[in-house]
Design a protein around this ligand. Structure first.
Ligand code: PRP
Length: 185
């Protein structure tokens, strides 16, 4: 059972839903009269993207990108590689990049530079979680759901070793689950 590996719940389903509703309302206000293109960065953001999009009432379009950071289960190398690009052109669009977590900033710094070069009308970043203490690149979110300490969090799309994404809440992983891997890595 996945739940046996969770130390405690950080954000319950209800808390997540309430915050997603608030973020969508802010996006509705800020983009009034516009038609934003929501860009989900796979895979971690798929659940947040699905919930946020359903709470936004403005006309909008969606597209998906996938990138991978080289590294081990517990350490990122900082190198980012494009796995899947946008299907639609970004030129002239009001792009809102949707992420599950902003950590070192490596992924977003790479992606935002790449998208800016395509001449969008505007580009903003919306992240559900932010770990500011881990930042090594100067990336800031325009919309941030929760600022969190440096803990291993999983659920609601976030994984550890590709598991736990299906938990409906966000929880802190028990140390024993990743400590052995940290030694190996
Ligand atoms: C996570 C998350 C961000 C990135 C943030 O993706 O979805 O894309 O890490 O970390 P950074 O700020 O240190 O770059 P991950 O590489 O775990 O892949 P996933 O989305 O497929 O889970």
């Amino acid at each position: 059972m996945l739940e046996q590996d969770i130390d405690h719940i950080l954000f319950s389903e209800e808390t997540l839903h309430q915050r997603v509703v608030e973020m969508a309302a802010q996006i509705d206000r800020d983009y009034a009269g516009k038609e934003p293109l929501l860009v989900s960065v796979l895979r971690g953001s798929f659940i947040f993207m699905a919930d946020l999009t359903r709470c936004i009432t403005l006309p909008c379009t969606v597209d998906f990108m996938a990138v991978s950071s080289y590294g081990t289960r517990t350490k990122s190398s900082g190198q980012v590689k494009m796995i899947k690009d946008l299907t639609e052109s970004a030129e002239g669009k009001d792009i809102l990049v949707v992420e599950d977590i902003l950590d070192s900033g490596n992924t977003l710094s790479y992606l935002l530079e790449l998208l800016k070069a395509r001449k969008p009308a505007s580009i903003r970043l919306c992240t559900l979680l932010d770990k500011p203490s881990r930042r090594t690149k100067p990336v800031t979110a325009d919309y941030s759901g929760f600022s969190i300490p440096d803990e291993f969090v999983v659920g609601y799309g976030l994984d550890y070793g590709e598991k736990y994404r299906n938990l409906p809440y966000i929880g802190v992983l028990k140390r024993r689950v990743y400590e052995e891997d940290m030694i190996k890595d």
